[in-house]
Design a protein around this ligand. Structure first.
Ligand code: GDP
Length: 292
């Protein structure tokens, strides 16, 4: 069963981007490094008029360090696209963002105005966190400008570099079932749109094959890796429920509770550093989705 989620119209966002984009030199698309393909909104390229785009893979601290470089290379190979990975809550991201944007739109000699950058991202990728970090670090003059709507925020990262936040919501767009599962697992989809047990089972099925050792370690499962990988995913959830004491009165397993536990663990990084898709996997899903 695929997840359907139509949270709302993007009317305001569309309008805001259309109004702002004329003056913009580079678009930053903030992505979740654990699901870069699925956390991208494919409508964005059309909305931004195909401006040069810096893909910023946020939450790299939660993502698989072996997979993030593959995603960075994948994006860097695309025309007018750059990519960096970061952890929005930590460090000093401003310099890397500025450098990444400048590489995409080198300063033209005699350019008399600052570089203007628009930052976009679906909910939960960490846009507020990043903006807060940047605001603190640069002691930015954030806030309203004449003619600028209340929600729209401008951050002066350097004298010659302005970052604009997009007001409105850039909702995720679920284009293939696999992306819906991953967005739900990451917490980017409204809770009412999916069944937690189903999403936990789908997550476990992927983790079993790709992050088995981490599952064994986290849940102290008395299984070999081979036995774990051969286990039907519903039995795996039962194992986890037993180990974590998700049991109802009368001794029946509380699979709902076990599912919530698995999702919370994944979201907080407690199972380990995990990336739920490779560029190649994502390309295969897209191709299969388009062929239908
Ligand atoms: P927004 O909806 O895009 O504005 O997302 P938020 O900034 O509210 O972040 C969503 C959640 O992700 C919050 O719980 C943040 O603390 C967390 N978060 C954001 N960036 C990072 C990051 O780089 N690493 C980790 N571990 N958590 C992050």
């Amino acid at each position: 069963m695929s997840i359907q989620w139509f949270p709302g119209h993007m009317h305001l966002t569309r309008k805001a981007i259309a109004e702002r984009i004329k003056d913009i030199d580079v678009v930053i698309e903030l992505l979740d490094a654990r699901l870069p393909g699925s956390s991208s909104n494919p409508l964005l390229a059309g909305l931004t008029g195909h401006k040069p785009t810096l893909k910023v893979l946020n939450k790299q601290d939660l993502a698989d360090p072996a997979r993030t470089p593959a995603w960075l290379a994948w994006y860097a190979a695309q025309a007018d696209t750059g990519a960096i990975a970061l952890d929005a809550s930590d460090g000093a991201p401003a310099r890397r963002l500025i450098e990444g944007c400048r590489q995409l739109a080198p300063l033209r000699k005699g350019l008399s105005r600052p570089m203007r950058v628009l930052i976009c991202g679906i909910p939960n990728v960490g846009k507020s966190t990043l903006i807060n970090t940047l605001s603190r670090k640069s002691q930015a003059k954030t806030g309203d400008e004449a003619g600028v709507t209340k929600q729209e925020q401008r951050i002066v990262l350097a004298d010659d570099f302005y970052l604009w936040d997009t007001p409105g919501m850039l909702w995720p767009k679920i284009i293939v079932p696999e992306s819906g599962e991953r967005l739900a697992a990451s917490g980017a989809v409204g809770r009412n749109a999916y069944d937690e047990e189903l999403v936990a089972l789908q997550l476990l099925a992927y983790l079993q094959q790709h992050y088995g050792a981490q599952l064994l370690e986290r849940y102290k499962l008395d299984l070999s890796l081979e036995a774990l990988q051969a286990l039907p995913d519903d039995e795996l959830l039962e194992h986890i429920a037993r180990k974590r004491g998700a049991v109802m009165s009368g001794g029946r397993l509380n699979l709902q509770k076990a599912s919530e536990l698995v999702l919370t663990d994944f979201r907080g990084g407690a199972i380990g550093r995990i990336t739920l898709e490779t560029p190649e996997e994502f390309a295969v899903w897209l191709a299969a989705g388009q062929a239908q």
